[in-house]
Ligand binder design. Structure first.
Ligand code: GRF
Length: 192
């Protein structure tokens, strides 16, 4: 079975969509969930009987990379999914796992990505720029923040009276469909 590790920092709604799809499809399993802060996502993992590890970012600081590396090296992981994970992974960690780490970002990259572009800030920037379309992107992780090769995107219209919160909500609904789809695509490509 294809084994996935999911790294989170927040509510974990994307994590939930990955778990739900794994139950339907049985093409992969979530082997472990790691969080760098106390969050609802950890609860979701435990509710599903998935191993969950909380590594407090304030305690580990930059050593969090080493710790995650240590844990995952023992777990036989095929793919690492960053689903709202806010700590930055270092060069060494990423280099060791080329094309083995993916991330979901709530904009149409390369637009509205990079340092400081996360959460509601992304959608505020999209509205401020008067964009007509937004969406989300699943991409491979390299050393450039939100800069790796794009795997899949989904699109959302920006409506005339949208607030950042309204747009965020609609983009998130697309994220929940896109992330499992991208994972299945990667697995399929690997099997061909
Ligand atoms: C999502 O918008 C994701 O794109 C971003 O962080 C958010 C995580 O939400 N990277 P959740 O924790 O999956 O609910």
């Amino acid at each position: 079975m294809y084994r996935i590790a999911v790294l989170i920092s927040g509510s974990g709604s994307n994590l939930q969509s990955i778990i739900d799809e794994s139950k339907k499809n049985k093409k992969y399993e979530v082997a472990i969930v790691i969080s760098d802060r106390e969050c609802f996502g950890i609860k979701r993992a435990l509710n599903e009987n998935i191993e969950a590890l909380y590594l407090e970012r304030k305690t580990y600081k930059e050593n969090i990379n080493k710790k995650i590396d240590e844990v995952l090296s023992k777990k036989n992981i095929d793919l690492i999914v960053l689903a709202g994970f806010l700590s930055i992974l270092d060069e060494e960690f990423i280099k060791k796992r080329e094309n083995k780490i993916i991330n979901i970002h709530p904009s149409l990259l390369p637009k509205f990505g990079g340092k400081g572009m996360y959460g509601i800030k992304v959608h505020e920037a999209v509205i401020k720029a008067d964009e007509k379309k937004s969406g989300c992107t699943v991409h491979y992780v390299n050393n450039e923040i939100d800069g790796g090769k794009i795997i899949m995107q989904a699109f959302v219209d920006v409506l005339k009276n949208d607030t950042a919160e309204m747009l965020q909500k609609r983009v998130l609904e697309e994220e929940h469909k896109l992330l499992p789809k991208a994972i299945l695509k990667i697995i399929e490509e690997k099997n061909n």
